[in-house]
Design a protein around this ligand. Sequence first.
Ligand code: ACO
Length: 272
Amino acid sequence: MENQEDVVSFAVEDGIAWVNFNRPAKRNAMSPTLNRRMMEVLDELEFRDDVGVLVLSGEGTAWSAGMDLKEYFRETEAQGLRGVRKSQRESYGWFRRLRWYQKPTIAMVNGWCFGGGFGPLFACDLAICADEAQFGLSEINWGILPGGGVTKVVVDLLPMRDAMWLTLTGDLIDGKQASAMRLVNESVPLDQLKARTREVANKLLAKNPVALKFAKDAVRRVSTMTYDEAEDYLVRMQEAANFHDKSEGRKEGIRQFIDEKSYKPGLGAYDL
Ligand code: ACO
């Protein structure tokens, strides 16, 4: 039996929570144990004052080889519908939690990313991968459709031809192809992956954290709204953000530009 504590590793350094899938011997396949532990770790980190950005990566050669075919599928099916639904709730639960996380999140994809791995990939706000990473919807190769939201993820992120190609062929794409397809924001050589991710995380750490939370939610929410609904939602959300931002950041941002002339908003963030 695996140690529940070990299947997810994490460390907080300089405002960044580095969270890793930690089953390298199983290519970080997501077992029910891992899914439960990931929810606990997300819970523990979400409102900590020393965490401004969360980075999700994988130990070893994989980011995640998707759902664990033995523990997530075969063994829960053996428990009947009750077991299946429970393990689905646990995995979908932390994916959803991550999609609406309080802090901005970055998927740092270091290696294999298969099938169910597209759930947390999409859940992260930004994604940076290694050129050497390999992505694939392998579901078709073992006889199922990409479920657990994965088909929705690729249709939301990719043009239909690319979504259909990956879905029907199960072909792999490398990091550079994933970046060209916009499955991720960018791809860099593996030996630069952590440094580049830290750079991007630091860029986010310099911004007003309340504005970041409302802005990231807005990007996800408005995609399913009409223009008028979005306009109204964004007005209301800015007003809600004004309430939550006890630092009155927007006023300070204007003051430092207009009165103090200490920075230019077009060129970078105000001093928090
Ligand atoms: N589920 C369960 N076990 C897995 C998974 C998985 N998704 N992926 C890897 N493992 C296990 C292997 O069974 C093996 O276990 P063992 O050492 O006890 O025999 C161990 O991890 C190492 O795997 P290898 O195949 O030996 O590693 P290799 O580096 O050669 O290949 C690769 C890596 C390509 C990721 C391969 O393991 C693989 O194809 N995995 C399955 C990927 C997949 O299709 N995932 C499911 C997507 S669909 C979905 O998520 C709904």
